[in-house]
Design a protein around this ligand. Structure first.
Ligand SMILES: [Zn+2]
Ligand SMILES: [Zn+2]
Length: 556
């Protein structure tokens, strides 16, 4: 029975290029999951967009003497180019600058206001008398009370990683001009998060299928007690506040960015000529998955569910399979130190599938994991090229040359061949169950273990030795391995879409893997195969030194 699956992926800030941490954290697992469900014949809607608001963008704009929209548009364009090259298959990747997004945000805001879940109150806010502006947290600089770092920001310390509050920063001053900040009492709107504490507790208790780390982070916040939070700011870049007297303020970015999931779904429906097409994913029988990094758990397991509960009539998240962080060569990503592998830079020089493979096989699902170039080259050469690519290339070349470019008739299969075909069938089920549970590393292991088993089978059978004396034995083993390859291109399609489609064509199947669906379909004897081409390219060991030396030097 087919399912309906909504996939929301964290909205990247359009203030800088994507790096591998973003990809391993949210975009790749979301795409693997979406491709898998589409293959199963499920109805999938996967959306996201660039987050064009918030102070990271205005700060970047001020640094580069550009308008925030210029900065946001530049990176939005870069993002969409990256998705295409890496094969991240969004149904819609939009932005938070659209009129639709503002309209949906206003609707949610006003509904929550009318129901009493949003209220007006006073708070203290920092002001710079020299710049004559209020200073959002990110615009405040001071000394971190925990580690003494003198350049900590109002929202957190980049040195020790602790989240901060402007009131606990020492020597707090304007980030732009260093003038000491003045604190003033101002009026803002607040989300009554505290009103949802009990409902959220009861709801989270039912989510035993969530990852352990996601549950423990969520419970930590619940045990501390949820506090109401300001949802408007004194800035001029963002979604307007639909209330008189608030013309100079904007909605806080964290409040409107999560609404983006709903807005993007509505935009997708309009673009597809059916304004109501979003409803089955949000109001009907459908499961909502949110792929985010671990720093985003709070917003997706508590804040967004509270907003949805308050709004009413929309599906709550079914799962938030948040990933941990990816380090690079043992060190934390750092944009300021250029300690990153930038995605556009990678994609200019290498193929997408080896990166998708390396990141999926080492995905930070249960703990932080590390990306290192020597490991990347090893995975490419030993696993993709030697185990999988060579298996395909050896048997396709052999069949092409010896069986008149056609899949041979296997005759009666012996026990060993039957056992391998049986394993192919079993692998389909194992990968299926692992992907269903968002266990991506486990899924890829099952798939590669089938490829390893097939290599052992092929070495034992050695059809190239049999072809002269007993061509029927060579035909049987060729057929068997070609059949296993057909299973491999299916189970590996969510991870390696480009090479899977290539192998599908080489094996002589019509159409695409995407159309063929999630099933084990051995080729038909007599099926014409195509002239073999390698699926993957072996990388020279010099890549390791070359890429490692670029770390810390390449900015994007
Ligand atoms: Zn200032
Ligand atoms: Zn600190």
């Amino acid at each position: 029975m087919s399912e309906r699956i909504f996939i929301g992926v964290a909205w990247p800030y359009a203030n800088g290029p994507l790096h591998l941490g973003h990809i391993a954290g949210a975009y790749l697992p979301a795409d693997i999951f979406a491709r898998y469900h589409r293959l199963k014949g499920d109805d999938v809607l996967m959306v996201s967009g660039s987050d064009q608001h918030g102070t990271p963008i205005t700060i970047r704009a001020e640094q580069e003497s550009k308008s925030p929209q210029e900065i946001a548009s530049k990176y939005h364009q870069q993002f969409t180019g990256c998705w295409q090259k890496l094969g991240i298959s969004f149904d819609l990747f939009t932005t938070t600058s659209t009129a639709n997004h503002a309209q949906v945000t206003h609707d949610v805001f006003l509904t929550l206001l009318n129901k009493g879940y949003i209220y007006k109150d006073k708070m203290v806010e920092a002001y710079c008398s020299r710049c004559q502006r209020f200073l959002p947290d990110r615009y405040l600089e001071g000394t971190c009370p925990y580690c003494g770092f003198p350049k900590a920001r109002g929202d957190g310390c980049d040195e020790c990683g602790k989240p901060l509050d402007p009131s606990i920063l020492e020597d707090v001053h304007c980030y732009l001009c260093s003038t000491p900040a003045r604190f003033e009492v101002v009026e803002h709107f607040f989300l009554r998060l505290s009103a949802f504490q009990d409902r959220l507790k009861a709801w989270v208790k039912e989510q035993s299928h969530w990852r352990h780390s996601v549950l423990s982070t969520t419970w930590k916040f619940l045990h501390e007690g949820l506090r109401d939070r300001a949802i408007t700011r004194d800035i001029n870049w963002g979604v307007t506040v639909p209330q008189p007297g608030f013309e100079q303020k904007r909605i806080y970015v964290w409040f409107e960015a999560v609404i983006g999931y709903l807005a993007a779904s509505k935009e997708w429906a309009k673009l597809h000529g059916d304004d109501t097409a979003w409803q089955p994913f949000w109001q009907g029988e459908s499961k909502s998955f949110y792929f985010v990094g671990k720093d985003n758990i709070f917003f997706h397991t508590l804040i967004w569910p509270a907003m949805l509960m308050g709004y009413g009539g929309l599906n709550l998240p079914y799962n938030v399979p948040a990933n941990e962080f990816l380090t690079i060569e043992g060190k934390k990503f750092s944009t300021s130190h250029n300690w990153a592998v930038w995605l556009p830079d990678y994609l200019e020089r290498y193929d997408p599938d080896p990166l998708r493979y390396a990141l999926a096989a080492g995905m930070p699902e249960t703990g932080d994991s590390d990306f290192a170039w020597d490991k990347f080259v090893q995975r490419n050469n030993n696993e993709l090229v030697a185990t999988y690519g060579n298996l395909a290339h050896r048997i396709l070349t052999f069949t092409y040359r010896n069986f008149n470019e056609m899949v041979p008739s296997p005759g009666v299969l012996d026990g060993q061949s039957q056992a391998l075909l049986c394993k192919a069938e079993t692998t389909l089920g194992e990968v299926d169950r692992a992907l269903q549970r968002c266990n991506f590393r486990e899924a890829i292991k099952y798939a590669m273990s089938l490829a390893q088993e097939s290599n052992r089978y092929l070495d034992a059978q050695s059809p190239w030795k049999m072809i002269k004396e007993t061509p029927e034995a060579a035909a049987k083993s060729s057929y068997t391995v070609l059949s296993v390859l057909s299973a491999l291109k299916t189970v590996l399609y969510p991870f390696l879409p480009f090479s899977s489609e290539k192998l599908h064509t080489l094996l002589g199947f019509a159409g695409s893997v995407k159309k063929a669906g999630w099933k084990f379909e051995p080729p038909v004897p007599g099926q014409k195969i195509h002239q073999p081409q390698p699926l993957f390219i072996k990388l020279d060991d010099s890549v390791i030194a070359q890429e490692t030396s670029r770390l810390g030097c390449i900015s994007y």
